[in-house]
Design a protein around this ligand. Sequence first.
Ligand SMILES: Nc1nc2c(ncn2[C@@H]2O[C@H](COP(=O)(O)OP(=O)(O)OP(=O)(O)O)[C@@H](O)[C@H]2O)c(=O)[nH]1
Ligand SMILES: [Mg+2]
Length: 609
Amino acid sequence: MTQQIRNIAIIAHVDHGKTTMVDQLLRQSGTFADHEKVVDTVMDSNAIERERGITILAKNCAVSWKGTHINIVDTPGHADFGGEVERALSMVDGVLLLIDAQEGPMPQTRFVTKKALALGLKPIVVVNKVDKPGAKPDAVINAAFDLFDKLGANDEQLDFPVVYASGINGWSSLTEGAPGEQWGPDMSALFDTILKHVPTQSGDPAAPLQLQISALDFSTFVGRIGVGRISQGTIKPGMQVAVMEGPGGKSINGRVNQVLTFQGLDRVQVTEAGPGNIVLINGIDEIGIGVTVTDPANPAPLPMLKVDEPTLTMNFCVNTSPLAGREGKYVTSRQIWDRLQKELQSNVALRVAETGEDGVFEVCGRGELHLTILLENMRREGYELAVSKPRVMFKDIDGVKSEPMELVTADVEEVHQGGVMQALGLRKGEMLNMEPDGRGRVRLEYRIPARGLIGFSNEFMNLTRGSGLISSIFDGYEAHKGEIGGRKNGVLISMDDGEIFTYALGKLDDRGRMFVKPNDPVYEGMIVGIHSRDNDLVVNATRTKQLTNFRVSGKEDAIKITPPIELTLEYGVDFIDDDELVEITPKSVRVRKRFLKEHERKKASRESA
Ligand SMILES: Nc1nc2c(ncn2[C@@H]2O[C@H](COP(=O)(O)OP(=O)(O)OP(=O)(O)O)[C@@H](O)[C@H]2O)c(=O)[nH]1
Ligand SMILES: [Mg+2]
């Protein structure tokens, strides 16, 4: 069975068009039958990916072009999922580095390029979205060259092939065309470049098996699934293998159950697979990221893959609010713990630990999005829980308390530049670069403690009236930068259990912005709004109009209420302070004080002072 194979990953910054490109590669390689209706960005297959239009998990598919089997890994562009990209790179021999023809290289472009170059891969640069009116392909290629050079690319890597493409319109070309026109007939220029420039695997099918596991999946039918590329040897269902944690590492023996390969969007069982192929195997539950599945008689283990350490942690707690248990199916400590254990089966960058406190678990991940996506999944499955404000994870480096740093790129309108710069400055950000685009927007680059970014996205959206774009990426550790101030505003706290009344909201309207609307249930200690001043205020949100002792006037009858802020899970997590929690149920998101009674809060703040 000698089949021509190419393995590629598609890497880029968020939204530069990876998943859309995969759509076209699937379509134009004849993967779908003519009558088959296929949704856009078909690889974004889970519900949250579809709703948000972002890729969260790296996923494989495979197409056939001129008789060659091309395995394609679509990767996420958001920085929190950088670990997914790294692991995807470990199973391919080439990458398509997509760069938006208008935006040019962005922070995540830099991150993924660095990883690809370090692995010795020779990226194919795809200048994508050249259909955009603001496209400047020449400048983008120059910027890509500079980036490669800065990242220490060798001569061969610097001599990268370039393909121009409009993924959404399904065409590509090796040469630049005129703005507004179609530069090529279809995707064949890109396909042919892949065949020409991506190396084939040269492993010997008769050698001892060597298959490194780069990704995990889980199914209730077959259990744990390992995904990886065979570098040498041949694997068959039912085979006895050794699973080794690197040379000299732990080794266990096991038996492979099924072997599957990717075909289009499907996984198909095969009777054997040889060098260069990307396969899925099941039957061995001890399989983990980075292990080598090899021949027990002649083991050939590869060094383990490094998995990124988590940088952010949050407490996941049993919901103790007076409204607990009304909307969720799973509410106990045990149920939350079991769900987290299941998540660990495939969510590689996640860590879960028990704390000294009953019903409180420490969950560590790669960033706010990484953790809020897990929370979103849990609430959809019927879980109820409460979470604390995210904290960064400090690290002791040679006796120095160090903290994670982030590189931030903010793209804002010039009128908002001052406000954004001031806010980043207060959060201990250091400006690295500032570049106006000559059309009223400016791109700011900062290096900032990850701590300073917690709670920043809501503020950034306010400062830029929703028109700003911001992205950040982990950039190593540095000595602790000292105190960073917290939220500037205090909160409005309900003094009672009950229901929100319109009358009460009218009375509170000039105190700040509310999170609640009439008839919402509320409890003592729940946060009903943002105070316009910096202190917390306990308020009566359940008050109705008293019928006696009131001078009736037209003015008071027409109660004016500013519409409330929609409290999403992300907003809540971003908003809360250390002494507050976000309560999450399948139907509601509420914010509350950790201590619901005022005297408990006073006692706690005295004790911490
Ligand atoms: N003008 C133009 N827009 C495109 C093109 N390709 C994709 N888009 C748009 O860009 C947006 C992002 O596309 P995706 O394919 O989801 O991008 P992605 O890189 O997979 O995004 P992440 O996985 O979240 O990093 C969508 O709104 C697409 O419609 C293109 O060739 N031209
Ligand atoms: Mg995508």
